[in-house]
Design a protein. Sequence first.
Lengths: 416, 390
Amino acid sequence: MTMPMMKPKRKNPILRTRQMNLPPWARGRVALGMTAAAAEGRFELQVCEDCNHVQYPPREACHHCLSPSLQWRAQSGEGQLLATTTLHHSNDLFFRERLPWRMGLIQLDAGPSVLVHLHGEVGDAPARVKVGARLDRAGQAVLIGFPEHGSEHMADDRMLREMTSDPKFRKVLVTDGKTAVGQALVHALVKAGADIVWVGHAEPWKKMPGLDDITKHPQVTLVPLDLTNGRSVSELAGEIGGKVDIVINNAEVHRSFGIAARRGTDVAKAEMDINYFGLLRLAQEFGGALKGRSADGATHAVAWVNLLSIYALSNFPAHGTFSASKAAALSLSQCLRAEMRPAGIRVINVFPGPIDDEWNQNMPPPKLAPSAVASAIVKALKDGVEDVYPGDVAQEWLERWRDNPKVLERELAAGG
Amino acid sequence: MTRKRMSYEGVAVAVPVTVPYMRYSTHSAHWFIGQALQSLLQASGLEKAQIDGLTISSFSLTPDTAVGVTQHMGLSPRWLDHLPNGGASGVMALRRAARAVQAGDADIVACVAADTNHVDSFRMMLGGFSNFARDASYPYGSGGPNSIFAMITANYMRTYGARREDFGRIAVDQRTNALRNPHALFKKPLTMEEYMAARPISDPVHLFDCVMPCAGAEAFLVMSEERARELGLPHALVRGAIERHNAYSEDPVMVRGGWRVDRDDLYAQAGVRPDAVDFIQTYDDYPVIVMLQFEDLGFCEKGEGPAFVRSHSTTFDGDLPNNTGGGQLSVGQAGAAGGFLGMTEALRQLTGAAGERTVKDAQLGLVTGFGMVTYDRCLCTGAVLLGRSA
């Protein structure tokens, strides 16, 4: 059983803030297939199309029949723990700073033997275990041996906390508290044990419904934040930038126009100003501070979340300029992810289908409840994933886009 | 049925040389190779031009391979092989050189293994050791081979009831041998109490279960028996040799090595049984592997390793002398030279050059090789039987 994590003591301001040393990040191109699946929360291994043998470590030819047709397929992860060891010495700084470190050798029921990081609830060999894939702090997939049946506080495991971005005891900035999604996020973060939730409020004179509900939580503080205004972003970063562990950028402008339905560029500019430039301003002001604190104790800075849209993948003409602004934001977030990687800060992109809010009033169901978006984001933080496509619509779009982006483009041009 | 192999009859192995080990060196691998070649010439009285075959085993030679060494050293061999196979390099080099000599492709082959060790070179090597290590073992704690063999040891202990003391006997006996070997880096006796009290490295592997990386070189010459006599070089004869790679890959964790596949062939080549072996030089990256070899080479049955070491003394004057020069555990592991250590020691034993650690009346020695932890186990195994020349 994992003991629940206690709230860490306040940091001693005299001590130097520890810097991040990433775990070994190098992988071959084939091995990155495991990372691609783990980034979406799946454990996949290569399976031979011709003889069904499961392969590990990742490779270019089937070890049984030499076929080159190896496909990544989801695995149950069930297996038998054969041996464990606790390292008291490591050649790598990341592990050296976190010794002792426990690992194991597991024979998967599917065939191969895998080396894993071991969850603390897994005892000595022999034991039945379940292997899962997670992204480590270098953003690369690693395998983890979990107990067959985990206990209530298993997320608090010391090793697992290194792989995830759990909001428990962390300080979070939600950039827009006036939207339904923003408010649902605040409730979900408080429930998940966040220490402080700062909530951005661009126009404090406007009394938006729901604000009173969120400020009832003692953890919540409203802060002035207007993403269209560089000075506003800069001032807030000066105030709380050195304390924020997780940034969740949910601010967005969403209007339902294509090109011909509205003359001029004012609406498109407003969308870009928040959806794209807002992210850029925020990243310039808060990114560096997050990177500087990514190994700062048990509740170090850990993640950055962007609320994008499934329309970022392919333009939905009825919401054409909004789609374009989200595509721009997606592209920028990839840049942000690359720049945050050396510090081990995870950038999580969330791609919901239509959310059940005022700007999707005319969209037919199914629509995603704001609380569902919020739960998906908190779950993504807890699971340590990188890309989230919450809801049936997003899942279906994703499947169609992966199958053939050109076909999807034609279908969307015809109305969906 | 495969065709019966050609015998190794008539192949002599001579002139064991050791370039003294150093914990760290600022020289490159080429320096150690040069020293080894010079020692071979000095000890044999040969001219450089008479070396017409060359094998090189090294990790730290990169980006050079064996051919780079020929230009560096001004050699012009007519037969060349690059064998960077770590602990199996010695057996593999001998087998290939022996065939080259038998076929007439080369007259005198110099087999050289050398590695340098800079302060940070071991760490630098680990993460890029193999594709599989980079992708699937190094990111897990970065313990290098220590953590892999810790799990092999833990599994062996659980399965066959071995205790740490059993591995301790192997390490302690080897240290006893090393105290009589001037080349050994470890000069102090090791007691069982000290072995047991050592700090843990990766449970159940503790400090004295691990080899110490260092810099150094080992080398020997392979030629025909006739040529060795002509040159008046003390030599041993190849009585049999085997190698096997990636054996028992279906075993989920290593409990046996490729020696087991080919051991009957090995002993049949020499027309002997294991009890004819007067000493054994096992590849000793970790004591558990020594125990595995006692089983897989037929000295006892699988699982009887712990009882075997409890009932036998493996010092140079014991009933089954093992690693009579101290092995890598007590001499040090000079990279790929670790795979030659047993070979040069066996040659010294069989040519009357082992000084005060001489195994009395030794006629037949067994030398093993074991190398390359690319993922979860070592892949290369090999063994050679060397006999005293009449």
